[in-house]
Write a protein that binds this ligand. Sequence first.
Ligand SMILES: [Zn+2]
Length: 131
Amino acid sequence: MVIDQKRKTIGSMLSVELTCNDEHVTHWDSHPTIKRKPVGNLLLEASILFTGNSFARVKSPSLMSKLTVNNNMFYDTQQRFLFPILNEKWENEQQMVQQQIAVKDDVNLNGEGCCDSHGHNAKYHTYYTDG
Ligand SMILES: [Zn+2]
């Protein structure tokens, strides 16, 4: 028989601790964790960043406030998990391109720049080349 029940949320994860009348304690979490980080929170925060959004832009009462993911959690996840993943992917991509062009006699580089997107001011400029 359960005599005590404690609930807490960590972002979108529900964590429950139950105590029986023999003082056995059991835990249940709605998400698995990686390095103590609820995976559902990680996926949610990754989906924001990897779709080109920001926390402030996506934050809406209907989504984020119910999931209780906050600014600090989001930016902490960016620093600890998401940016290192992006950097690793970028470095791998660079190596792959360098290996591809190293075996070619000639390389033709074409470029394009974009300093605006629909409905937004020109805050960032993106320039890319394609060979
Ligand atoms: Zn028990």
